[in-house]
Design a protein around this ligand. Structure first.
Ligand SMILES: NC(=O)c1ccc[n+]([C@@H]2O[C@H](COP(=O)([O-])OP(=O)(O)OC[C@H]3O[C@@H](n4cnc5c(N)ncnc54)[C@H](OP(=O)(O)O)[C@@H]3O)[C@@H](O)[C@H]2O)c1
Length: 171
């Protein structure tokens, strides 16, 4: 990601999304984030330049000329996200499955579609620690649960509505 590039982050208030927003901003990107309207103030607070209320607006009509999309939603969201890219752009989806047409459609449009698991290495973790150390990256805590209440934490995560990260602590 280079300074000035346009980045679309889906579920930008989520555990992954709110961290991705801050990393993209630290790298000088122009960040567009999707969330329901009640979370747009939170998004602006973490640096999002442009918000999209995915419940009211079809992002494929509201957003264009994007260099990088982070898909954290799954289903056909990765496939649909290919349409908002500029030539040479990339959709990175961290969800498995979805449409079998994803890669074929990317090729047809002259863009790239990637599916990946998080694969952290030492230098990535050091770069993230540096951002955290300088205050450019702050984790929002959606809730803290003792390990004995891990099931409750999972239930909270399963709502798909939390803002930030859920934290488990030793009892
Ligand atoms: N591949 C990997 O290595 C990897 C790593 C981590 C996570 N994941 C996966 O990535 C996904 C996201 O994880 P997460 O922890 O960030 O999830 P999360 O924190 O549970 O996401 C919750 C957020 O998603 C938003 N949201 C729900 N539906 C949306 C939609 N259609 N459009 C836009 N925003 C929407 C909600 O906002 P509203 O309340 O406004 O709807 C909420 O703020 C999960 O499926 C997780 O399993 C994969």
């Amino acid at each position: 990601m280079r300074p000035g590039q346009r980045v679309l982050i889906h579920a930008a208030a989520g555990g992954v999304g709110h961290v991705a927003v801050q990393i993209a901003k630290a790298r000088g990107a122009y960040v567009i984030g999707t969330a329901s309207a009640g979370k747009h103030e939170f998004l602006r607070g973490i640096g999002v330049d442009e918000t999209v209320d995915y419940r009211e607006t079809d992002f494929t009509e509201a957003v264009k000329d994007v260099d990088v999309v982070l898909d954290t939603i799954g289903g056909d969201n990765a496939l649909r996200s290919l349409r908002v890219l500029r030539p040479g752009g990339v959709v990175v989806s961290i969800l498995p499955g979805g449409s079998n047409d994803f890669h074929e459609e990317a090729e047809r449009l002259g863009v790239r579609g990637l599916r990946m698991l998080v694969d952290a290495d030492r230098s990535d973790m050091r770069a993230i620690a540096e951002l955290a150390g300088t205050g450019k990256l702050r984790a929002t805590i959606a809730g803290t649960f003792p390990l004995s209440a891990a099931a409750e934490a999972h239930a909270s995560g399963d709502t798909g509505r939390t803002t930030g990260k859920l934290v488990l602590v030793n009892d």
